[in-house]
Structure formats: structure tokens, C-alpha cells
Design a protein around this ligand. Structure first.
Ligand SMILES: C[S@@+](CC[C@H](N)C(=O)[O-])C[C@H]1O[C@@H](n2cnc3c(N)ncnc32)[C@H](O)[C@@H]1O
Length: 206
């Protein structure tokens, strides 16, 4: 499979056509974690693609452990290569998993994810996107995978821990409302380079 290399400030990534192409604002995740991450934090990334988010986090913080998952075997292959290229392969464990299906480690301090969140109803606006379809679209107006991550994720969180999730800017209020069902609380939404809410931080702290 033909590959390309794209460069970010602190790391570079190999990409291929059969894996979601990482977007420019990947550094929004380390920014979201900056004031809340602790030494020895255990992080679970769901849907790692090329490994972009986990690698960005591993390059920004010391003394952390990450488990990074994807359902797509090609994604995991390239994510492992990228972790080696960026010398963070000792920090990140990769695992094939359908969301939480193969997650045995019981508790994490952070669950981070950029899951599929586009609505198929709007696919006519996204005809230029060449990423694999199952990396883009989710049922229920794009909300189904995020809802699953809330519902199952709370069982994998330590006390005073966080779900940090990327979403479409117009999903913020719906997610804020829905998260209450699982005793999660919206702390903050980080904005993307266009000034739109893009990554929201939810906490299970009381
Ligand atoms: C929007 S892409 C994000 C990729 C990467 N984290 C990034 O930001 O560049 C969503 C990722 O979720 C993965 N995915 C889709 N359904 C999944 C599932 N049921 N379980 C685990 N991963 C899934 C896709 O394969 C894809 O890599």
C-alpha cells in the first residue's frame, strides 16, 4: 500500500488510503489534557487510526501509559509503525477492539476518542472526503458511537476521571444533555482553528 508522510510540530505520521487521514488540529487533544493530566495517568484511546492522537499525547507528556485501539487492522498496522518512527512504542499498547469489546484493563484516568460523528443524511456535503466510510459516519445523526462511548466508557473510568471526545460543533449541547444520563458533566469544549467547539471534556467527578 502506497504511503505518505505528514509532519506536525512534534512528530510525523505515515498515512495510507485505507486509514482515516489525520487532520491538522490533532494537537487540540494535548491542549485539552494539559491542565488535567497527572503523572502516571492511564489513557485509553478508542479508534486510533494512524495513531495520531495517542502519539501527540505521548510526545507532550511524560510518565503516562496509553492503550490505543481500532477495529481496522490496517489502521493498527500503520499506527504501530508510526509509534516506532516517533519512538513512543514503549508507551502505547495497540489492540484490535470493537470499541470496548477487548478492553480488559479495568480502569483508566482518560478515555480519548475522535470517533465517527458525521450524519449519513449530510453525506452530499462530504463528497470530497476519501477516508474509509466507517471512520466518518455514525447512525442516529452521527451520535451513535459517541453515545456508546459514554454508556460503556463510564464503567472503565477511575473516580475523578475524564472522557475527552471530538465531535461536530453543533453536537455540543446534545452531548452535554446526554452525558448527564451517565453522571458525566461537561467541563469545557476546546475550539478548532476555525473557532468552533471541536473537543469536549466530560468528567465523572461529583
Ligand atoms: C474519525 S477516525 C479517527 C482516527 C484518528 N483517531 C484521528 O483522529 O486521526 C475514527 C476511527 O475510529 C475507528 N472505528 C470505527 N468504528 C470503530 C469501532 N466500532 N471500534 C473501534 N474503532 C472504530 C475507525 O477505524 C477510525 O480509525
Amino acid at each position: 500500500m502506497k504511503s505518505n508522510i505528514i509532519e506536525f510540530e512534534k512528530f510525523k505520521l505515515k498515512t495510507t488510503k485505507d486509514v482515516f487521514f489525520p487532520r491538522d488540529d490533532i494537537e487540540i487533544f494535548p491542549r485539552a489534557l494539559k491542565n488535567i493530566i497527572k503523572i502516571d495517568s492511564k489513557i485509553l484511546e478508542l479508534g486510533t487510526g494512524t495513531g495520531a492522537i495517542s502519539i501527540a499525547i505521548a510526545k507532550n507528556f511524560n510518565n503516562i501509559k496509553i492503550v490505543a485501539t481500532d477495529i481496522n487492522s490496517s489502521a493498527l498496522r500503520i499506527a504501530k509503525e508510526n509509534a516506532i518512527i516517533n519512538k513512543v512504542d514503549k508507551i502505547i499498547d495497540f489492540k484490535k477492539s470493537n470499541w470496548f469489546s477487548k478492553i480488559e484493563e479495568n480502569k483508566f484516568d482518560f478515555i480519548v476518542s475522535n470517533p465517527p460523528y458525521l450524519s449519513k443524511k449530510n453525506s452530499k456535503y462530504y463528497t470530497e472526503l476519501t477516508d474509509p466510510e466507517n471512520s466518518l459516519y455514525a447512525k442516529n445523526n452521527g451520535l451513535d458511537d459517541i453515545y456508546k462511548i459514554f454508556e460503556l466508557g463510564v464503567n472503565y473510568l477511575n473516580k475523578n476521571s475524564y472522557i475527552v471526545i471530538e465531535h461536530s460543533h453543533n453536537q455540543t449541547l446534545t452531548l452535554k444533555d446526554h452525558s448527564k444520563k451517565y453522571n458525566l458533566r461537561l467541563l469545557k469544549s476546546e475550539k478548532d482553528i476555525l473557532g468552533f467547539n471541536r473537543v469536549s471534556i466530560f468528567s465523572n467527578s461529583v
